[in-house]
Design a protein around this ligand. Sequence first.
Ligand code: ZN
Length: 477
Amino acid sequence: MKKPIGLSSVIGLFICLMIIGDPERRRSGSNVDAASIDVDLLIVGGAVVTMNGDRRVFENGFVAIRGADIVDVGAASELKAKGYRQKRMIDARGKAILPGLVNTHTHIPMTLFRGIADDLDLQDWLTKYIFPAEAKNVTRDFVAAGTRLGLAEMIRGGTTTYADMYYFEDAIAEETKKAGLRGVLGETVIDFPAPDNKTWEAALSFTESFVKRWKGDSLVMPAIAPHAPYTVSEEHLKAVKAFAEKHDVPILTHLAEAPSETKAISEKRNTRPALYLEKIGLLSRRLLAAHVVHVNEEEMEILKEREVGVAHCPQSNMKLSSGAAPIPRMLELSLRLGLGTDGAASNHDLSMWEEMDTAAKLHKLVTMNPTVVTAEQALEMATIGGARALHMEKEIGSLEAGKRADLIVVDLGATHLTPMYNLRSHLVYAAKASDVTDTIVNGRVLMRDRRLLTLNEEAVKTAARRYQKQVGESLRN
Ligand SMILES: [Zn+2]
């Protein structure tokens, strides 16, 4: 039944129309709406893939950004009525606008070890190449140079947030802040002399200074990163837990990566890797665990219960023959599940596009079921899922008003994307890192029309080639 319109409603509507309809009033500085119509950046005309709760897509949409925040997302047809006055505009017609990709596990300076050794058993690869190369080459300057190289690659590929575990993590934080990316950056602590700290005590004191320096930063979230349950003692793992609670920081670690780890923990602790961490109190919402390949139903349910973040690294797991994580079951359980590239030494690149594609295909193969890990789920893991794994889903991972302005623009005009019946399946199965044209983090444009604005790419590559020579020579000696 139609409801009669009351007099007060009519008067209210009339006043509203007077305010909205008067262009002079809208543009005058005295207007109360002035602050809300001034925006710093308006991206208009592309397909906006919001990844919000309804997974809404605006075929021809816009995103409005003020300062570090997204203030509005909607259909381009509404823009005229909204009357935004923007300082800058990006025309995204023929493109897609997505939340920036979240790489939940990497070791960014290892870009300088890209392709150092391949097609080897994990132990040979580690003991004959990686450990000697690290011992002979990793310095603060090496880490800074490798970080710049990785940052350039990630900005080009549309990654806007990454979680990292390495040494000299304060140098990584400095470079990340300068280049403008968002990072959850964990200083690695391990029970043998590391390139930056030779003892456990020195490592903890270094990590404390690092955490105090970066805590509260708008882009860098400092963390502590015990290498793995088999390389850090029980006593030290408990010290890490106490440290993380005292300083209120995340813990990043490798967990249940390979069968050799299950064997080692079983022999020494008479239990399984994830159950061991549960027993000593490490499993909590503070923890981001990478790989998590060898877990059973009981362990997955505990991970869910404890709200542990999981970084699935399919390409690294394949290249090192670590195994296939039970991702279809983790998705059913709604674990906090993201994707990670792992370091470039074990994966060659930091492309989240390849990781999405691989994640969707690998589990179809190992389960012989083509319906598991859909394109939609792979895209979720790379965006809002990654944000959930980092417990940052209130700030990043989708395009919604009130969240940080971390987003990317992807050109849909390439030959390998033509024709297009389904945008989401193309994004996962056909798009490449090189299709990203613009990368924006915290409202700052880091790449415009495929041009990096915060890094000198030629200088970054020259420094990397210099280190390649040094690393090569160090392995021959
Ligand atoms: Zn790793």
